[in-house]
Design a protein around this ligand. Structure first.
Ligand code: HEC
Length: 118
């Protein structure tokens, strides 16, 4: 059997297409749903504070827009990311070090960071 025959045989099997469709669906659904967050407000908070560490990756902070650095963190889901943003996590200070920010500010800032990094 020639290579092209093998390929056409393979692609005529519905199972192969089902597998393929499932693969594509699982890729796209691994992105977090950011509806309900105010990304524009989050960007302001980010630019005023979070960028100090997250632009260059200071102290091991996951760099903004570096998908490979964010993938495993994003896999934790928004609740844990927000919790770590509010309460701190290792060298990540609670609320990025500015206690006067509201929980809402942190939620939006985390959502903005995720939106740029997933
Ligand atoms: C002083 C530096 C610094 C500032 C300022 C800072 N971060 Fe971080 N951030 C870190 C470091 C370091 C880590 C990595 C901690 C680790 O994984 O050990 C981190 C990790 C994170 C994570 C990932 C947590 C996880 O579960 O993987 C989120 C989300 C985050 N920061 C959000 C923010 C937000 C939002 C702000 C602004 C309000 C901010 N950070 C400001 C240093 C900083």
């Amino acid at each position: 059997m020639s290579f092209t025959q093998k390929i056409s045989r393979l692609t005529s099997t519905p199972f192969v297409w089902l597998f393929f469709a499932g693969f594509i669906t699982s890729c796209s659904s691994s992105k977090l749903d950011l509806k309900g967050f105010d990304l524009a407000k989050g960007e302001q908070v980010y630019n005023n504070l979070c960028m100090v560490c997250h632009t260059a990756g200071m102290f091991g902070a996951p760099k903004m827009r570096d998908k490979s650095m964010w993938a495993s963190r994003i896999a934790q889901g928004m609740d844990i990311l927000i919790n770590h943003g509010i309460n701190g996590f290792n060298a990540m200070p609670p609320k990025g070090g500015n206690a006067s920010l509201s929980d809402e500010d942190i939620k939006n800032a985390v959502a903005f960071m995720v939106s740029q990094s997933q």
